[in-house]
Write a protein that binds this ligand. Structure first.
Ligand SMILES: C[S@@+](CC[C@H](N)C(=O)[O-])C[C@H]1O[C@@H](n2cnc3c(N)ncnc32)[C@H](O)[C@@H]1O
Length: 228
């Protein structure tokens, strides 16, 4: 996660994390879509990077050999975990709009050939139609300057029965403003607004986790693409 996002430095957030842990409640999770058993993701927030990554894998129903996309992958912090889960027989499309970050993803791909960096822009992800068994959007949706276009592109990229995990943060008034994004009351998006936007455009929320990572106010929603 990027420190430039926040005015709260990471040590401060580490202090908050144990408090959030005490507040953790079991969240309900349906098991639509790709096959899976009950998950650790049912209990949030997560104490560590590895726990969060495991929860992502479970929510995305990732299997070795799968094709997954990490849209807005940043410097590849989570891309590497996805690569480990799908293995060398799988593919991780790691998209970014920042060319410097694409270069970092290319460096990462030297050690993990299943990682395929892609330069996208605010009009397209760079993913091909029907490419993916699963897509991760971690703290990226609220950066989209044209979410309608990006939703259509993501919808096209999902295979039937594929899952899209969106990790987000409720609007934070003190954080930096993002140029060109829709006004949603601060840096971030509420769960209700996210679901409203997605469900107005061919997606259906199948799992909702009110608490997620070590950031206060983080949440996660799993979507599937509807066909009608
Ligand atoms: C807060 S960072 C999150 C990075 C990473 N997903 C993580 O959780 O560490 C948001 C990233 O989304 C990227 N981004 C913004 N709009 C995008 C778009 N339309 N397509 C792909 N990436 C985008 C930004 O360049 C930035 O690296």
């Amino acid at each position: 996660m990027y420190l430039s996002e926040f005015f709260i430095p990471r040590p401060g957030r580490l202090v908050v994390a144990p408090l959030l842990l005490l507040l953790a409640t079991a969240c309900s999770a349906s098991t639509e879509g790709r096959e899976a058993s009950a998950t650790k993701a049912d209990t949030t927030p997560h104490e560590s990077h590895d726990e969060e990554a495991d929860a992502m894998r479970e929510l995305l129903r990732l299997q070795p050999g799968d094709v997954v996309a990490d849209v807005g992958a940043g410097d590849g912090d989570w891309t590497e975990d996805l690569a480990a889960y799908v293995g060398e027989s799988g593919i991780v499309w790691a998209t970014e709009v920042d060319p410097d970050l694409v270069d970092e993803l290319k460096d990462l791909a030297k050690d993990h050939p299943q990682i395929r960096p892609v330069l996208g822009d605010q009009d397209k992800t760079g993913l091909t139609e029907n490419c993916c068994d699963a897509i991760l959007l971690r703290l990226v949706y609220h950066h989209f300057t044209d979410p309608t276009v990006m939703r259509a592109d993501l919808h096209r990229a999902l295979r039937p029965d594929a899952r899209l995990l969106v990790v987000e943060i409720t609007p934070q008034r003190g954080w930096r403003e993002l140029d060109g994004v829709p006004e949603r009351g601060g840096h971030g998006i509420s769960m209700a607004r996210l679901i409203e936007e997605m469900e107005s455009d061919g997606f259906r929320a199948v799992e909702r986790l009110e608490e997620w990572g070590d950031e206060e106010d983080e949440f996660a929603v799993v979507f599937v693409a509807t066909t009608e």
